[in-house]
Design a protein around this ligand. Structure first.
Ligand code: NI
Length: 396
């Protein structure tokens, strides 16, 4: 192990208590997506005091902190998300949310504390780094107007050669990480369909166009797209989440609105799905004399890990945690993550950090009101990310 790496890891060990306390503070003071004003100010203060170059933004919260050895050299980036969720916390911990109805129920408080800890550890090193580091503290991961896009538009990926991030994961115990080659998480798109019929007396259906009947056929047929038009070797989901229409039991309904989400792990299939849906809706509406409007919004792309970057992070994690504690997750999941936007632009990898400890009741799933992160997981997260960043710096 290089002396630089030894020094880095020992700085992390000494910072661990501070980082845990900071995570507790963030957990007590959660802020919703696009409202992360105090979180941003707190991070700005700590990082500027530690001598990092901090950039904040006029049009959104979040910030970037940099350690620059030579502006002509490239950057390696680490990313954390800083927002919380509109969930009323029901944990029994003594640092639970002080803001009613808002909670860090996805572990973004832990991600923020971990990346901050890594930034502080690097800032304390005596020897110069081989290249530059950029720490991205991104707002608004939990909403459709993804904060990642805003940050990218503001240039956070300029001159960045590789990017890494982790996510708290209650399905693995503390002390383990989960990794995945290739696609790790699905793309997440949203759509809205408005079916228009013609109102009539319920007793005289031949005089109108029944938007409810048309809708029922549309719902049925949309559910056949995945099973009959998409290669079964490529997972995809089309789910309808809301349906709204009709006013009275004896009146033919003249309009119905449907909303739903589409998930895929394949870029080509993702591009074709809106057309498949539109063709299906159009055919049914035509045959039933109904009309429709269809709005499809592309959200976050799939999280597509770069295999060489996965190799890099796994070899560092194996050295730190032991190979038996580095788990190949093998299957992607159909959830979304806006880290996919960064990976569309530059190579990088996203990993899962085990945070489950039975004693600490930290095994509830994400977005659950009892969700929490085991404090002991933070040090592992910091060490894996820091060692990976250092290795990537040496490689650029
Ligand atoms: Ni999350």
């Amino acid at each position: 192990m290089s002396t630089l790496k030894k020094e880095l890891l020992s700085e992390i060990t000494s910072l661990n208590t501070t980082v845990i306390e900071l995570r507790h503070h963030l957990h007590e003071h959660p802020e919703l997506s696009n409202q992360e004003e105090k979180t941003t100010a707190l991070l700005q203060g700590i990082l500027s005091d530690a001598g990092l170059k901090v950039t904040t933004y006029q049009n959104h919260y979040g910030l970037v902190a940099e350690l620059i050895v030579d502006p002509a050299k490239p950057f390696i980036a680490l990313r954390a998300d800083i927002d919380a969720l509109p969930i009323h916390e029901q944990t029994l911990i003594n640092y639970s949310s002080e803001t009613k109805g808002i909670m860090h129920a996805c572990g973004h408080d832990a991600h923020t504390a971990i990346v901050l800890g890594v930034a502080l550890a690097f800032s304390k090193l005596q020897q110069p780094l081989p290249a530059n580091l950029r720490f991205i503290f991104q707002p608004a991961e939990e909403v459709l107007d993804a904060g990642a896009q805003e940050m990218i538009e503001d240039g956070v990926l300029e001159n960045v050669k590789a990017i890494f991030a982790l996510h708290a994961y209650p399905y693995l115990p503390t002390g383990q990480i989960g990794y995945k080659y290739g696609v790790m998480l699905a793309s997440a798109d949203m759509f809205e369909i408005r079916i228009k019929g013609k109102s009539a007396h319920g007793a005289r259906p031949h005089e109108g166009v029944d938007a409810i009947l048309v809708t029922s056929m549309v719902v049925n047929s949309l559910n056949h797209i995945v099973s009959r038009q998409i290669d079964p070797l490529h997972p995809a989901v089309i789910s309808l989440g809301t349906i709204e229409g009709g006013k009275a039991a004896n009146v033919l309904c003249d309009h119905v609105t449907l909303k739903g989400t589409v998930r895929t792990v394949n870029h080509e299939i993702r591009k074709k799905i809106p057309e498949m849906m539109e063709l299906t809706i159009d055919g049914i509406c035509k045959s039933m004399h109904a009309s429709f409007e269809f709005e499809y919004n592309f959200g976050t792309p799939e999280v597509l890990n770069d295999n060489a970057m996965v190799d890099l992070i796994v070899s560092e994690a194996q050295e730190l945690l032991g190979s038996e504690n580095c788990i190949d997750l093998q299957d992607p999941v159909m959830g979304g993550e806006d880290f996919g936007f960064y990976l569309e632009k530059i190579p990088g990898a996203f990993i899962r950090l085990g945070t489950c400890s039975d004693e600490k009741e930290s095994c509830y799933s994400q977005h659950n009101s009892r969700f929490n992160v085991d404090d002991n997981a933070l040090e592992y997260g910091m060490k894996v990310l820091a060692a990976t960043a250092l290795k990537a710096l040496e490689n650029v």
